[in-house]
Structure formats: structure tokens, C-alpha cells
Design a protein around this ligand. Structure first.
Ligand code: 5GP
Ligand code: MN
Length: 356
């Protein structure tokens, strides 16, 4: 492993006020002495958490608990239904619904682990509270351009998923033997969902070696695929049909596809934001489409999701036009304009890019 990668390039952009910026993030190995005796540990992840976010948080939760620590895992908001089966999910606090308990846990914590995000604003309302916390903050993440607020950590954009990095962390601690079926299920969920079931280019030989190791430890991968992908409501399936017919636009000239979903569309089928999972990928299955966008109307903002194939860097696109970020082939951002305006702004950007 190349530890030079652990030294990060500071990036100061944030919506969260009063952030103390730190110029150097120390390597994760420097946390080992801190973990020598039992600690109170707060673990969190990004808002609207996905399989990698919750898989990483709960995988680390089980591991650190086994090591004798008192661990409180906290999600910045509610979880989508498709993750409610995960081992340990009953221990997760929801900051939006249980803010007093979460803040108490944060105040009492000795250490704070931040997983699968690298800007405090990605935790929404929890961001300000995290910014003001004075305990050591430890980052484990694979997004590009981390903010300069972490004391320790690993930031490796080449990694498939944060779950893979939690697996690396457990191994670095010399604790591979502690990986049980619960930890295996959590880490597999993270790596499988973030690699599009092992198809994206980030799926390295190390990822397959990790899955092989998890299988040897008793992983039941079929059960996990069924929990994640075969538990749709009838409404969700019909909604998918409606979206593909009524709400998807294809721009063959630009090799691009757009799906735009309003609050009214979601109400029509009684679906929730978790039911939109994976929808952005649909245009990418059309021949010659290598850029897909999904625009979703939310209560307080308009959310955009981007996916690409090949060398079109959608994290740069998200950062430049929609105050966002992410990875080269999967990113997201937000817009303060209305839903309808955001759609037309996006189309204008698309045509401007191609007119150049
Ligand atoms: P998704 O489209 O699944 O919400 O997000 C795709 C990727 O982009 C994820 O890795 C996510 O962390 C990142 N991402 C999504 N939305 C935002 C955003 O508003 N800001 C930043 N910086 N990254 C985002
Ligand atoms: Mn991830």
C-alpha cells in the first residue's frame, strides 16, 4: 500500500461555518495508540446514506465493539428501507429524529470516525455540530478533494468503496481473524453497491480478494442481493415503468440521458427518496449513452445525480455547475433554483459544452 496517498491536498470549500481547518491529516496508523484502551467512539456518515455509507459504519461499529470500545453509530438522517435488514441497524441513531441523544453521544465521545464523505456539509444539519466538536476526527473515505478538517485518516480516491477501506483498516490493525459474518455482510454490502455489483473500473483484484476472504468467513452473498434488490414494493416497480416512459429524455447527439422527477411524480406512486436508488443508471444501459443525470425535486432543494462511463469526469462537472462533487464516474450536487429552472439550466449547460 502506498501511504503517501494518505497525505491529502486541502480543499477549503464548505457551507458549514466556523470550521477549524487543519493542514495535515496524520496517517490512520497514528490512531492505533488511541485505540489501545476502551474508548467512546462516535461514527457517522453522509446524509441520505447508501449501502457503502451504512455498510462501512456498521462494519466498523461491529469491529470496534468487539475490540471493547463503546461505539455509537449515527446517521445524519433516515435510512432507506432497503438497508433496514442490516446487522446492527437497530443501534443506529438518526440525527434528525434523535438529535438530543446524538448530540449527547457526540459530546461524550473520545473519538469521531467520519466514513464515506469528505466535506462536513455532506452530513447536512450534523455538519455544524461536527465542525464545533474538538475531539480527534478520523476520516476513512474515497471521494476526491477532501476538506481540511480531519486529524487522522485515509483518503484514497482509487479505492472502490469506503467498506473496502474499513476492511483494510481492520487488517492494518492485525485483526482479520475478528471478521465475522455480521462484519462480512456489512462490508460486502458497501463494496458490492459502490462497484455496481463489481462492474465499475474501480473493482480491483484487491476487491475480489476481499470478497473471497469474506466468503471464507461465512458470507451469504445471495441473501444480501435478495435483501437489496428483490424487496421492491409493487408501487416502486410501476413507478420505474412510469419514469422510463414519461420522465426519461435521451439526447443521442450528446450521448446523454436525463431523468427528472418531481415531488408530484413521487406522490403519484407513493414512493420515497430511497426508492429512486439506482434509477440514474438506467440511461447508461442504452447503447452509446455515457452520461446520465437524474434531477430530483426535494422539499428544501433540487438534487442532481451524475454518472458517466470512460474519462468524462462528472465530479468536476458537479463541482463546476452544481456545487457538488464525488467520484470521476459517479457524482452529485444541488441547485437552489426551482426544479423546472434546474432542468432548463442543465440542458443549457449540456448544449453549451457540446457547442465548444
Ligand atoms: P448519488 O448520485 O448516489 O447521490 O451520489 C454519487 C456520488 O456523489 C456519491 O459518492 C456521493 O457521495 C457524491 N455526492 C452526491 N451528492 C453530492 C453533493 O451534493 N456534494 C458532493 N460533494 N458530493 C456528492
Ligand atoms: Mn462510497
Amino acid at each position: 500500500m502506498n501511504y503517501d496517498l494518505f497525505i491529502f491536498a486541502p480543499c477549503l470549500k464548505t457551507d458549514v461555518k466556523k470550521v477549524v481547518t487543519k493542514l495535515m491529516m496524520r496517517p490512520i496508523q497514528d490512531t492505533f495508540p488511541l485505540l489501545q484502551n476502551p474508548k467512546k467512539i462516535f461514527i457517522t456518515t453522509h446524509h441520505k446514506p447508501d449501502g457503502d455509507a451504512i455498510g462501512s459504519v456498521l462494519g466498523l461499529y461491529h469491529y470496534l465493539t468487539k475490540k471493547g470500545h463503546h461505539v455509537i453509530p449515527v446517521s445524519p438522517g433516515e435510512l432507506p428501507d432497503f438497508l433496514m435488514w442490516m446487522p446492527g441497524v437497530e443501534h443506529l441513531l438518526n440525527y434528525e429524529a434523535e438529535s438530543k441523544l446524538s448530540i449527547k453521544a457526540l459530546k461524550e465521545a473520545d473519538l469521531i470516525f467520519c466514513l464515506d464523505f469528505n466535506e462536513l456539509s455532506r452530513t447536512k444539519h450534523l455538519g455544524q455540530v461536527l465542525a464545533e466538536a474538538t475531539q480527534p476526527k478520523i476520516l476513512i473515505d474515497h471521494h476526491l478533494k477532501p476538506q481540511a478538517v480531519w486529524d487522522y485518516g485515509m483518503s484514497i480516491p482509487e479505492k472502490s468503496s469506503t467498506a473496502e477501506m474499513v476492511y483494510d483498516f481492520i487488517n492494518l490493525c492485525g485483526d482479520n481473524a475478528l471478521i465475522d459474518t455480521d462484519i462480512a455482510a456489512c462490508l460486502y454490502t458497501g463494496v458490492m453497491t459502490d462497484t455496481g455489483s463489481f462492474r465499475f473500473p474501480v473493482t480491483s483484484a484487491n476487491v475480489h480478494a476481499m470478497v473471497s476472504d469474506l466468503k471464507h468467513k461465512g458470507l451469504d452473498h445471495t441473501k444480501i442481493h435478495e435483501e437489496l434488490y428483490d424487496t421492491w414494493s409493487i408501487n416502486r416497480m410501476r413507478f420505474m415503468g412510469y419514469v422510463l416512459i414519461e420522465k426519461m429524455e435521451i439526447f443521442p447527439k450528446y450521448n446523454a440521458g436525463l431523468i427528472a422527477i418531481s415531488k408530484k411524480d413521487m406522490k403519484l406512486f407513493d414512493v420515497r427518496s430511497g426508492d429512486l436508488e439506482g434509477l440514474v443508471n438506467m440511461p447508461m444501459s442504452i447503447n452509446n449513452i455515457n452520461f446520465a443525470t437524474m434531477i430530483t425535486e426535494r422539499n428544501d432543494e433540487v438534487k442532481l445525480s451524475f454518472r458517466s462511463k470512460g474519462d468524462f469526469d462528472v465530479s468536476e462537472f458537479a463541482r463546476k455547475y452544481f456545487n457538488g462533487g464525488g467520484h470521476m464516474n459517479a457524482s452529485g450536487g444541488t441547485s437552489k433554483a426551482s426544479f423546472v429552472e434546474t432542468i432548463s439550466n442543465f440542458k443549457k449547460i449540456l448544449s453549451d459544452i457540446h457547442a465548444r
